[in-house]
Design a protein around this ligand. Structure first.
Ligand code: SR1
Ligand code: MG
Length: 401
């Protein structure tokens, strides 16, 4: 065991060499730091002679995206590795395998997924992933049902809530998603071309009331163990495989928050299609694919969650006729609201998305930002009335008419 310090590439190699039964003793290993996220170091260690490899992910004691002025707990490495292990026990094919967690170094050694690509990049390249909706719908249903009061012992669930108390990372979300975008905060990065639309949000009390209600849910509704940051940069993908990574924001929160993260990031790509697609026909076609994916994710999630409940439900009162329908409607309504909140924050808050920011054409970028704001605010304002996933898709379609 060594005390905490950020590893160099050479030290990462030596660390990997010590992981039991992974590499050939004495063989040459290479290391590359490949982290392009907002918070951590990520080393890709390979053994060229056999093609074996491993990923070492190390938490830094600050947010890399901002710098050392933003200190951040190393405990997030424990949260991430423990969440991955629970998720692996429920959906073994949908997360990377964890080989080792080192508390002192805040480091997790896990399966290398270099044969996959980050889904955000895949969508920006115009790829389609027909199996994704089934995979992620199952991931959402299984990981959230079996960690909730519906599907596990309710005393053990309380201990799980304690295990996943994650105050510092939750605070990031509370500020960057549910506060800063709705005021003139220093953290915002406001595109000058849409300043008028951003300022309109700051003065929209109807909108801010709904955001305050969603923020309350994020602060208090300990429904299930969430991934906590399930955007398309937290998903590795290839045509026949989906892997959810990076659950360092995991905590007990509202189920609709994770579903909303997936939908928001599909909608951000949807909003940006005027910049990515070659022509009007391919743009409409890709947008239909994205909306079809959202529908299929929701339908898979709902079908599987209800079926797990009917087969494995542990609580007698929760079998009362009508309760399951009420519960699913609340999850749907939360999903609308969190989809909206997570769409808005990526337009002018800290940590925006490449789907929009990599657009070279200024007019296409501005249009994408305005579409995203329209979809996001529309969903937030409508969320407490929502009754069907079709209404979410309608709000998206109307924003691009
Ligand atoms: C300071 S961290 C900024 C963002 O990156 C993460 O992926 C989360 O989405 C967080 O809000
Ligand atoms: Mg992340």
């Amino acid at each position: 065991m060594s005390s905490y310090h950020a590893l160099s590439e050479a030290e990462a190699v030596e660390y990997a060499r010590g992981i039991p039964n992974l590499f050939t003793p004495g063989s040459e290993l290479t290391s590359r730091e490949i982290g392009d996220g907002n918070l951590n170091l990520v080393f890709h260690i390979t053994e060229p002679s056999t093609g074996k490899s491993v990923i070492l992910k190390q938490a830094l004691p600050y947010a890399k995206v901002v710098g050392e002025s933003w200190p951040l707990t190393l405990d997030r490495a424990r949260i991430e590795s423990e969440a991955l292990m629970i998720q692996e026990s429920l959906c073994p094919d949908l997360v990377p395998h964890v080989f080792v967690y080192d508390k002192e170094l805040a480091l997790t050694g896990m399966e290398d997924l270099s044969d996959h690509i980050i889904m955000r990049r895949g969508l920006m390249e115009g790829n389609r992933y027909p199996l994704f909706a089934g995979h992620i719908g199952r991931f959402l249903a299984h990981t959230m049902f079996f960690t909730s009061d519906l599907g596990m012992n309710q005393q053990e669930k309380k201990l799980r809530v304690k295990q996943f108390i994650n105050p510092e990372l939750c605070k990031i979300t509370e500020e960057l998603i549910f506060d800063d975008p709705y005021r003139d905060a220093d953290t915002n990065d406001i595109p000058p071309a849409i300043r008028d639309a951003v300022e309109a949000l700051w003065n929209d009390n109807e909108l801010k009331l709904e955001v305050a209600i969603l923020r309350t849910g994020f602060l208090t509704k300990a429904q299930a163990l969430l991934h906590g940051d399930l955007h398309t940069g937290s998903i590795f993908i290839k045509p026949d495989s989906t892997k959810v990574i990076d659950p360092e924001f995991a905590y007990y929160g509202p189920i609709g928050f994770d579903i909303g993260a997936v939908f928001a990031n599909l909608l951000l790509n949807f909003a940006a299609q005027e910049g990515w697609s070659k022509d009007a026909a391919s743009r409409e076609d890709y947008r239909s694919y994205l909306l079809g994916t959202i529908r299929e994710v929701w339908e898979t999630f709902e079908r599987e969650f209800r079926s797990l409940w009917n087969e494995h439900g542990t609580d007698r009162m929760f079998q009362t006729p009508g309760y399951q329908d009420w519960y699913m409607q609340q999850v749907l309504r939360d999903t609308f609201g969190y989809t909206g909140s997570k769409t808005v924050r990526r337009v002018h808050g800290l940590a925006q998305v490449a789907d929009i920011n990599k657009l070279e054409d200024a007019a296409a970028k501005e249009r994408a930002q305005r579409i995203a704001l329209q979809i996001g605010t529309g969903l937030i304002k409508y969320h407490r009335q929502a009754n069907s996933i079709d209404e979410l898709l309608d709000i998206a379609v109307k924003a691009v008419r």
